[in-house]
Ligand binder design. Structure first.
Ligand code: ADP
Ligand code: MG
Length: 605
């Protein structure tokens, strides 16, 4: 690492200074970023029960010479930036040379470090910004920074801290974000009473994700990667079924820097299409790589926000990458928790209790801690469970005979074989045996997906065929319903309805969309007019609302018995849609239960 220099006053003036340190999480973030910038392979973070009492970050990175160590705690002292041009293309997380100085001003800091260039290390004691002790210390190459009694000299700041719990959570979020962004680093994270994990360097992000989240929340997670011009977007996408009510489990990083970006959050969500309900947020890690000259990281005091030269391009790239990855998504079959009376838990693999307990979200916000037992077995079994789903992104490109079991393509091809029996269960689910397992289709959700896509084609396309009714159906309407009809009439006409006014408070339905039973079509229209749009999001444009309502109300109900040819037609049409795996509100339309899972439940494995 080049040695530390004080920035010239001109460069320093260009830097957006700020009160970088406003809470313990900011300390953790800055220290971890420094450790990453130092090229560390191992980073250990230790946090006290009250994070303002103690945060220690230890690394095996480049370390510092004594001279550099003394400079490092001064303001605008950095090894990462020399002149103004460097500001145009920043490749490191730090560049302002302010963090250590700002921390040192408001805490008791002990910095111990050694660079490979020196045989003895240096230990500095800094109190309230003043170096009060310098000594030699024997230690390995690397740096340890210990921050104690944060804000001891600024009681106002201390009073503004939130509860211990929420400060600890904020620290954990900052650290977990980097743990997910840098899988090649060996991380240790100990936070009194909360976390105690040791995560050796992982081969890839999916592996890190699986160890971190364990069975349950990591099921169905897919790695993805896409390139659009000079923007590379990659990461891991959680299964739509695992979407959360908050955004805490979304990690977005630009060139390795964690950022807060509502815009990219929207791109991510849009990429999932309507696979997830509008009030849920996908779990995901999205890593964006882009020419540093295209990003301005110097816009925010804590560097939490970045600005892109061409935001639209990055937005599109992100949305499209996610969309492409989700297109081949196959819903995961969820394991039912073992009922207590059945004594087969003992024969299940080591990770089963974890799987049964499902995702663990500490206080519903911080990412769940990884399994506390040895991570190795959890990883092994998670991987076997995941592997069968993993190749789905490539499925479209594989020759049919090489299509792997369990991918969407395989499921579709398998189901379309005419001799496959399709059973109906409780007039609600369709069951079909496929290679390597069983597919369970929710008949209502599946039909809803089919009708929704057809409705959209009609609404945005040519419009569609109608069936004229021999006897027009006369329907009573309220004045509100009449008002609504007047606004949405062009949309329902495109769907295939033909409606005329009939007397004061009545309408005559003269035609309904082709291929929908008359009764169901008229009922659907009534529900649309009545504004019965329970699942429809208020942000949807009117035609989208019509499409969703229509699909929901015209679809076969659960409880309706279907003849064998109707079952087959439904499955054929479902798999002909763009997104067969979810209904328009984000519920699954089908799940695949693998033979392995059945075997496991019967203790055969
Ligand atoms: P910045 O990261 O913006 O340069 P900091 O105040 O965070 O500013 O750090 C000042 C300098 O101290 C860095 O430029 C770097 O040279 C050195 N430094 C800080 N932490 C470490 C570390 N963990 N390992 C090696 N060098 C470090
Ligand atoms: Mg720094």
């Amino acid at each position: 690492m080049p040695s530390i220099r004080l920035l010239s006053p001109e460069v320093a003036a260009k830097i957006r200074a700020g009160e970088v340190i406003d809470r313990p999480a900011a300390v953790a973030k800055e220290l971890v970023e420094n450790a990453i910038d130092a090229g560390s392979r191992l980073i250990a973070v230790q946090v006290g029960a009250g994070p303002e009492r103690l945060i220690r970050v230890q690394d095996d990175g480049s370390g510092m010479t004594r001279e550099d160590a003394l400079l490092s705690v001064r303001r605008h002292a950095t090894s990462k930036l020399a002149n103004e041009e460097d500001l145009e293309a920043i490749r490191t997380l730090g560049f302002r040379g302010e963090a250590l100085a700002s921390v040192a001003e408001v805490a008791r800091v002990t910095l111990s470090t050694r660079s490979a260039a020196e045989l003895t290390g240096t230990q500095l004691e800094v109190l309230g910004g003043t170096v009060i002790g310098v000594s030699g210390v024997g230690r390995s190459v690397g740096t340890t920074v210990t921050v104690e009694d944060l804000f001891y000299n600024t009681p106002a700041r201390l009073r503004f801290l939130k509860s211990r719990e929420s400060e600890s959570r904020a620290v954990a979020r900052a650290v977990w974000g980097y743990i997910l962004t840098y899988p090649a680093v060996h991380w240790r994270f100990q936070a009194a009473g909360r976390e105690d994990v040791d995560l050796p360097a992982a081969d890839d992000l999916l592996e890190r994700w699986q160890i971190l989240y364990g069975r349950g929340a990591s099921d169905g997670a897919e790695p993805f990667a896409a390139e659009a011009g000079d923007v590379v977007v990659r990461g891991v996408l959680g299964a739509p079924e695992q979407a959360r009510s908050g955004r805490e489990q979304q990690v977005i990083a630009v060139n390795g820097r964690l950022v807060f970006s509502p815009a990219l959050g929207v791109a991510l969500r849009q990429g999932y299409g309507n696979l997830i309900p509008s009030d849920r947020h996908p779990m995901a890690v999205v890593l964006i790589e882009i020419d540093p000259a295209q990003v301005d990281v110097n816009v925010h005091p804590t560097k939490r926000e970045v600005r892109f030269r061409d935001e639209a391009r990055v937005f599109q790239a992100t949305r499209q990458a996610v969309e492409a990855a989700m297109r081949g998504y196959v819903p995961v079959s969820f394991e039912m928790p073992a009922s207590p009376g059945i004594p087969f838990a003992g024969t299940a693999p080591a990770s089963a209790p974890h799987a049964a307990s499902g995702p663990r979200t500490a206080a519903g916000s911080a990412p769940p801690a990884p399994p506390r037992s040895e991570p190795a077995p959890a990883r092994a079994s998670t991987q076997t469970a995941i592997e069968e789903y993993a190749p789905s992104r490539d499925a479209g490109r594989l020759a049919p005979e090489r299509v792997e079991e369990g991918t969407q393509t395989a499921v579709r091809e398998n189901l379309l074989e005419p001799e496959i029996p399709i059973w109906q269960l409780h007039d609600r689910y369709l069951l079909a045996p496929i290679r390597g397992g069983l597919v369970v289709v929710d008949q209502h959700a599946a039909h809803e997906r089919v009708l929704y896509e057809e409705a959209r084609e009609r609404l945005y396309g040519e419009g569609a065929g109608s069936q004229h009714l021999l006897f027009p159906r006369v329907v009573d309407v309220t004045s509100d319903e009449l008002d609504r009809l007047l606004t949405i009439e062009p949309h329902v006409r495109r769907l295939g309805y033909e409606i005329t006014l009939f007397g004061e408070m009545q309408i005559a339905v003269r035609a309904v969309p082709a291929a929908i039973p008359e009764e169901a079509a008229v009922q659907a229209l009534r529900s649309i007019l009545a504004g019965d749009e329970a699942h429809v999001s208020a942000d949807d444009p009117p035609e989208e609302r019509v499409a969703k309502s229509f699909a929901c109300h015209a679809a076969v109900r659960s409880g309706q018995s279907l003849r064998p040819e109707e079952r087959r037609a439904l499955i054929d049409r479902l798999f002909a849609t763009d997104l067969p795996h979810g209904d328009p509100h984000g519920r699954a339309t089908y799940v695949r239960v693998s033979l392995e899972e059945l075997d496991r439940r019967f203790g055969r494995r």
